[in-house]
Design a protein around this ligand. Structure first.
Ligand code: ADP
Length: 760
């Protein structure tokens, strides 16, 4: 069954990115010619009807992409929990001829949606018997799609819910800020994050923000847990750590009850003798503009939701989520029952089962966070066969986080670690230095690369020198963290190893470049940070453009790869994106100019064009700006903004730190295994369909379009359709100008009271 009208609501706790999803669902539906009704205040609006259910037009959802919260409002609805309430909701949908429903929310909201869809036939029967308006012609089924919107990340069926990445960003920024003041005064901080039943935010922010200890609801705080924590903090102190950071999820329990941050602080101060300051991050975690990841996630899921509805795929009702970077659907019943099951285990004190149910990645991160927070490695390093670590190619944010994890895990496994300065150039010159547990303290939040990098591929003469360095230091394995030049050099090194025996050592490459142009991986470390930098800059540019009718042509990095351009285009709602994969023709430029003029003649006040720096050799940003300015005449001005090197800078995003840490951990383990088995493999690690995978460098190189320095297959290019679909209405979609009006009365003619109880 294909739907003819869609209702859309946000429910439960608000989450940054909900607005982006509202925009995507609305515009994708309008693009398919399906009208959309926005329901205010979650299920409460459905129950009350009237002006709480309003048509959403193209322009109603303009300018909201970057706003936190939800323009539709969200509320708790006790009425919807009752059958009469849901009957009233069905009545209001039937009256408007609505046969599709998209619900964005957490597990409560999705279980409400599941129940409502299952009950629909019986509500319809009642309404038909009553002779309710629209009931006879109403569809026998209500097609329901759920989207995961919750900062807790406790929903089964998706790797990430909309809002989680932004919440992590907010927490990690706070941890970075607290770390600097804590270190100045040699202090211990206890920081409480949200998460009543799920330790995701606490655990992942602890990994990204270099926490010293973490307490989560999925862990059994057995007897003497406090003493163990105290001993660990004191050991850190004795090892020279200048500060400590204990991260506690609000739902972390002791004896079945939440510990509470104040009790924790008192235990630390009075029982353990550790003077601690408490910080509750509270609702700040939910706030602010959604991160780029959340915008892209919400857009992909919103578009997919409409696809399912118009293609008649919504039976049984499903949630659309993202698994291993692919859109994946799961029946709502399964989502709800499996998500609830973990909470029940925690309530019953079955912590081990709860932890297992969170999945392997969660447990892997727990182990990793606990190893990294040790004050010292477990083993004394063996004298022989150290591993060498270098960062190669251009620098990228997150490289330091990868090095930190790699160094500590190798040391913890009893290996010595040598840092190679300035990539392969430094290797040729023998610029090698011993690294210790302390060397990499505080590296996770540092941008750039402390080891230094170079875009240097060794020449014929260099290999003997590198072989000497390897022999001199007895290096047993090499970890290369970097971009394409790093991969090339590593591949060459393996190729020449037949004639230079000392070069026959295992090599593992970790993809790190802002351009995301490497083979055998969907993402490279650094690209998420660069995207966030670009998107934040464009958000600012957009507000300045409100002063006058203006088009901004924003030039972003990427050279031969349009990833940053296309993704930032989707995340900022750009009308036009120029990619090196397509090039720019004069013809296209003129078509785009005409499209822009049409938009401005319909009331548009600003336009954004994202131009990848390598999209065209001749039609440069400057030329595009002049041509558009000339062609726009009186209608608009055109201005250029070249973002340049700021795209490489700044503290790495949580995504880059976390994925970088996971990759580093696996890469080191693999390298050590190869060393033990005397297997001189050369491989790279990547994030792909089934999660983290290794690919031989030879296979990875064969996946590359070498002259163009980009992989032959680029998954993200499918996002091109979204730019057109979401930023420019088709000529037959007639946008109505004007902001969405707040609801005034419900279906019974009662005045709408904004004092509906909202979630705390
Ligand atoms: P979240 O969606 O963030 O988990 P809640 O658990 O508060 O938030 O659920 C939001 C709303 O969804 C509730 O106020 C209620 O209206 C509706 N809801 C939740 N569970 C059910 C249920 N079992 N039956 C009907 N409606 C429900």
């Amino acid at each position: 069954m294909t739907v003819s009208r869609i209702a859309l609501l946000t429910s439960g706790g608000d989450a940054p990115g909900m607005n982006t999803a509202i925009r995507a669902v609305t515009r994708a539906a309008l693009d398919h010619g399906v009208p959309v009704y926005g329901v205010h205040e979650g299920y409460e609006g459905l129950v009350r009807g009237g002006s709480m259910i309003q048509v959403l037009d193209w322009n109603d959802v303009g300018g909201i992409l970057q706003q936190g919260g939800t323009i539709l409002g969200t509320a708790r609805s006790e009425a919807f929990r009752k059958s009469e309430g849901r009957l009233a909701a069905a009545r209001h949908l039937v009256e408007l001829g609505i046969d599709g429903l998209v619900v964005i929310g957490g597990d409560g909201s999705l279980s409400g949606a599941d129940l409502f869809s299952r009950e629909w036939p019986s509500h319809l029967q009642t309404l038909r018997a009553e002779g309710a308006p629209g009931a006879d012609s109403a569809s026998d089924e209500l097609a329901v799609i759920g989207l995961p919107g919750s900062i807790d990340n406790d929903l089964y069926g998706t790797d990430m819910s909309i809002g989680v990445d932004t919440a992590l960003r907010n927490i990690v920024q706070a941890l970075d800020a607290l770390s600097s003041t804590a270190a100045s005064h040699q202090r211990t901080f206890v920081v409480e994050t949200m998460g009543r039943n799920c330790g995701y935010l606490a655990l992942y922010s602890s990994l990204a923000g270099a926490g010293s200890w973490v307490l989560i609801p999925e862990q059994d705080l057995e007897r003497r847990w406090a003493e163990k924590m105290g001993q660990a903090l004191q050991a850190g102190n004795q090892a020279g750590r200048r500060h400590a950071m204990v991260i506690v999820a609000e739902g972390a329990r002791h004896n079945g009850l939440p510990i509470g941050i104040e009790t924790l602080r008192q235990i630390m101060t009075q029982r353990l003798g550790v003077e601690a300051r408490a910080t509750v991050l509270g609702h700040v975690q939910r706030g602010g503009a959604p991160s780029t990841f959340d915008r892209i996630l919400a857009t992909r899921l919103g578009v997919a939701a409409v696809d399912e509805l118009v293609n008649g795929q919504a039976d049984p009702p499903r949630m659309i989520g993202l698994r291993s970077n692919r859109v994946a659907t799961t029946p709502l019943t399964e989502v709800v029952s499996k998500s609830r099951a973990v909470n029940e285990m925690i309530e019953q004190g079955e912590y081990d089962t709860a932890l297992k149910m969170r999945g392997t990645s969660f447990r892997e991160i727990l182990d990793l966070a606990s190893t990294l927070s040790q004050p010292n490695p477990e083993h004394e390093p063996a004298a022989a066969k150290p591993i060498a670590i270098m960062t190669a190619g251009a620098d990228a944010p997150g490289m330091n986080a990868v090095v930190r994890v790699a160094v500590r895990l190798a040391l913890n496994a009893g290996k010595r670690v040598l840092g190679v300065h300035d990539g392969f150039q430094g290797f040729v010159r023998g610029r090698v230095e011993e690294m210790t547990w302390r060397t990499v303290s505080n590296w996770s939040s540092l941008g750039g690369t402390q080891l230094g990098a170079s875009r240097y591929v060794p020449t014929e003469d260099d290999w003997d020198k590198i072989a000497q360095v390897i022999q001199q230091h007895d290096i047993g394995g090499l970890l290369v963290i970097g971009g394409w030049t790093g991969y090339q050099a590593a591949f060459d090194m393996q190729s020449v190893a037949a004639s230079h025996r000392p070069l026959r050592i295992p090599i593992v490459c970790v993809p790190a470049t802002i351009n995301n142009n490497l083979p055998a991986t969907d993402f490279t470390i650094g690209s998420d940070t660069a995207l966030n930098t670009i998107v934040e800059a464009v958000d600012k540019i957009k507000t300045s453009a409100f002063a006058r009718n203006r088009i901004f042509i924003v030039e972003v990095m990427g050279r031969t790869c349009g990833f940053l351009a296309l993704m930032s285009g989707i995340a900022t709602g750009a009308e036009i994106v120029y990619l090196p994969e397509e090039g720019i023709s004069l013809e296209r430029l003129m078509e785009d100019s005409t499209l822009m003029k049409q938009g401005f003649s319909r009331g548009k006040r600003r336009g954004i064009v994202i131009n990848c720096d390598g999209a065209s050799r001749f039609l440069t940003t400057d030329t595009i700006q002049r041509l558009l300015e000339e062609d726009g005449g009186e209608m608009y001005e055109a201005r250029a903004a070249i973002l340049g090197h700021l795209q490489r800078g700044g503290a790495p995003s949580p995504f880059d730190r976390i994925q970088g840490s996971r990759m580093a951990a696996r890469a080191v383990r693999h390298l050590l295994e190869c060393m033990t088995d005397s297997r001189p493999e050369a491989v790279c690690i990547g994030l792909r369909d089934e999660g983290l995978q290794f690919t031989s460098l030879a296979d990875a190189v064969s996946e590359m379009d070498i002259p163009n320095e980009r992989p032959r297959v680029q998954w993200w290019l499918s996002g091109r359709d979204m730019v057109r679909m979401l930023a420019q209405p088709k000529p037959d979609v007639h946008p109505v100008t004007g902001p969405i009006s707040p609801p005034t009365q419900d279906g019974n003619g009662r005045a709408f009271s904004p004092a509906i109880q909202t979630r705390p």
